[in-house]
Design a protein around this ligand. Structure first.
Ligand code: CU
Length: 157
């Protein structure tokens, strides 16, 4: 389900019209009315199972409009699903919102990606390729490094 960008654009236009009124300024077109996404803290713990793996990443939105992650695919898996963890129980979701000036975090014990129908077993030191698809922004391709099965991003090993 797509959400139109029109309301945000219309709001920005209204603000420009009723704003300080000093006319066109050099700061018009600063891009803050769109989502500006970047991806970091990306890793996959080396899977202990031959047919399933987990993956984690953080998507940061520096723009002034929200977006949503709507699907994930990978060269290494038949399909990648997105899960939230609520009170210890995981639940598949079809979309995760990314707030304006906010972050969407997938980390161990919380939101996570699940790589299903693995075509090969990723090993520590390898990379897998991820394609992230969004409701508004263009797709992003990310190289996800495979870390040890017990990798902890806060200690780095
Ligand atoms: Cu899961």
């Amino acid at each position: 389900m797509r959400r139109a960008v029109l309301p945000a654009a219309a709001l920005a236009g209204a603000l420009a019209l009723t704003g300080c009124g000093s006319g066109p300024g050099p700061d018009s077109g600063s891009g803050t009315s769109k989502a500006e996404l970047s991806v970091n803290s990306v890793y996959m713990p080396q899977p202990v199972s031959a047919d399933m793996a987990a993956g984690f990443l953080t998507i940061t939105n520096q723009g002034g409009a929200k977006d949503a992650l709507t699907s994930v695919s990978s060269d290494v898996a038949g399909r990648v699903t997105m899960h939230s963890t609520v009170a210890g129980a995981m639940r598949e979701k079809t979309s995760f919102s990314i707030p304006a000036h906010g972050r969407l975090v997938f980390r161990s014990g919380a939101n996570h990606l699940m790589f299903e129908e693995l075509k090969r077993t990723p090993k520590q030191g390898q990379h897998v390729t991820l394609k992230l698809t969004f409701a508004e922004s263009g797709p992003l391709t990310v190289e996800m490094p495979v870390k040890s099965a017990t990798y902890n991003p806060s200690t780095g090993h």
